[in-house]
Each structure stands twice: as C-alpha cells, then as structure tokens.
Design a protein around this ligand. Structure first.
Ligand code: AMP
Length: 307
C-alpha cells in the first residue's frame, strides 16, 4: 500500500458568506484520500462511520482506488457530525457542533496490508486514535505526517504531545501553531514545535499560502488568488492529501521534493475552495492540474535586472 490515512469520514453542515450546505459529505480522511487519489492508485483509509453513511459515496471512493477494508461501519450508530460557520474573511470559522457519535469509542484495527505502508497520514482525529494507528505499524513508515486542530489541543493536549514525539511532519494552521507553541512569531513557533518532535513543520495560512520549516530553512509558497471562494472546508485536508499523495507517488521526501509536494498541495487546495463540500474535487479532471500549476508559476515568476 502506497499511503494509509486515518481521519474522520463525516457529515458536515456548512455556512459561508456564499451559501450553505446541509449534511454534506466531509471529514478529514474523505478530503485527504480524494486529493491523494490524483497521485496514487493504492491507498487505504482507517476510519469509522455509522450505518447512516451513504453507500454510494463509499462505492465512489472505492472506484478511485481507495481501499475501505480499514473503514468500520457501525450498525445502528450515527456518523461523526460537524457544523461550522465562516466569517466574512473566510479565514476564520466558528465550530457550532462537533458530535463525535461513532468516533467516541473508536478502536482502530489496521488491516494487515496497511501495516507496512511507507507513507502514513495521521489526519485530524483524536490523538489517542492517531497514536494507536501509528503503534500498529509493523515498522516505522518512511514518513509520518500529522494534522490536528485547536479542538484537540483544547481537549487532549497531553495525548497530542505524546504522538507529536513520534512523527516527521506536522501540518497546522497559523492560529493553531501559535496555540501549540505559545509563541506569536511563526519563526519562533516553528523552533518550539521542532523541539516537540516533528522535523518538518507546515504552517497553512489560508489565502496567504503556506510555510515549510525544516532545520533552519524555510520555504514559502503563496495561495492562488481565487475570485470567489465558495467554501474553505476541507482545504487543509485536501492540501495534506495532495502533499502526501505526491510524496508517496515520487517516493522521495528530500527537502527539494517536499517543496514540489507543497506546490501540488496548494494546487489541490485551490480547487477545493471553489465549490461547497467535495463538489469541486468530484468534478476535477487530471488535465486541470498542470494548467493550474502554470497559473501558480506565472503568479510568482518575475524577471529583474539590478542596475
Ligand atoms: P479542514 O477545513 O481542512 O480543517 O477540514 C474540515 C473537515 O474536518 C470537515 O469535513 C469536518 O468533518 C472535519 N472535522 C471538523 N472538526 C473535526 C475534529 N474535531 N476532528 C476531526 N475532524 C474534524
């Protein structure tokens, strides 16, 4: 298996200044695996849903090469449900409801063929479950990335700090980096977070792009200015899916290749926000990806002759 992802598979109620969606399909693992499916043919997810989750969505995921033998379906129970409302600037949102439902007692059991995956994405979910999945790997994967959010820092900081000791890449947004480190400056925050474990730190800054920190080096990449962002939900997960999908496909996690992975990650996230929920990722075709890479290139390319 090229890539294994753990994370939520969920229903979302979303309200943005551009509209709303009710009981839309969401969840961290859903966005990550969909984005990664543009890069890898052989990936699996570890998650849990209730029997209320639509079977045709699951079949669609399987059709994209996403193995679901690690997805537990709990009869008579409800899937994870999240409701959020975005502010006018779309960079900030308020969580209105987080109903853990099936996630409350989730004990993941990794199928045998997942346990030797080279790339492991610990998507947003309880830090205890993230640790449990990591512990079930037969040998240490080539690269382990983890995404989390303020919710888990508020309710499970100790468990989060334990799992951070064992991962390579942490992806969080700037607010979360400040909360985790207690530092306002992102450069200082990166130093504090490196000492917690992750050698690589990606700080997502929404419409302002992303920063990759590693051993005193920093790489900065912009976000594409989009005329009308419809719904930022899942952008962070789509970013992570593009990042890990590209690394798993190229099987190279040198710093130089990680920079390219950040480019693909940003490209995938730029599509995600163009429509509600998964709609844009569902409509996306392979041929649109290189076109968007060119748009990003033009955005940052300049020629200057210093006198
Ligand atoms: P993002 O916008 O990338 O942060 O991801 C949004 C997705 O994360 C939504 O589809 C939600 O279902 C899911 N989500 C929201 N809160 C949580 C949480 N506390 N743990 C795991 N997943 C969550």
């Amino acid at each position: 298996m090229q890539l294994v992802t753990v994370g939520t598979v969920a229903f979302d109620d979303i309200e943005t200044p551009r509209g709303r969606a009710e009981r839309a399909i969401g969840g961290a693992a859903t966005y990550i695996s969909r984005a990664a499916s543009f890069f890898v043919q052989n990936q699996g997810i570890v998650s849990v849903v209730g029997d209320d989750f639509p079977k045709d969505e699951l079949r669609e995921m399987q059709g994209l090469g996403i193995d679901l033998s690690g997805l537990e379906i709990k009869e008579g129970q409800k899937s994870f449900f999240w409701a959020g409302k975005y502010h006018e600037n779309m960079n900030q949102r308020d969580t209105l409801i987080t109903d853990l439902n099936v996630l409350a007692n989730f004990k993941p059991v990794l199928p045998e063929l997942y346990r030797t995956s080279n790339y492991l994405m610990l998507g947003n979910l309880t830090p205890e479950v993230q640790m449990d999945v990591l512990s079930q790997m037969k040998e240490k994967p080539k690269l382990v990335a983890l995404d989390t959010m303020n919710f888990w820092m508020d309710v499970a900081m100790d468990a989060l700090l334990e799992v951070l000791k064992r991962i390579d890449v942490l992806t969080i947004n700037e607010e979360e980096a400040r909360q985790l480190s207690g530092e306002f400056s992102l450069v200082k925050a990166a130093n504090v977070i490196h000492r917690m474990g992750p050698r690589y730190l990606i700080i997502k800054k929404g419409e302002h792009g992303a920063l990759l920190f590693h051993e005193g080096s920093v790489f900065s990449f912009p976000a594409l200015p989009i005329a009308e962002v419809m719904d930022p939900t899942g952008a962070g997960d789509t970013f992570a899916g593009g990042f890990m999908g590209y690394l798993a496909r190229t099987n190279d996690h040198s710093f130089e290749n990680m920079k390219r992975a950040i480019v693909y990650a940003s490209v995938m996230a730029s599509f995600c926000v163009e429509d509600f929920s998964l709609a844009r990722l569902k409509a996306l075709t392979d041929s649109e990806i290189p076109l968007r890479i060119s748009e990003f290139k033009n955005l940052t390319l300049f020629d200057v002759n210093h006198w």
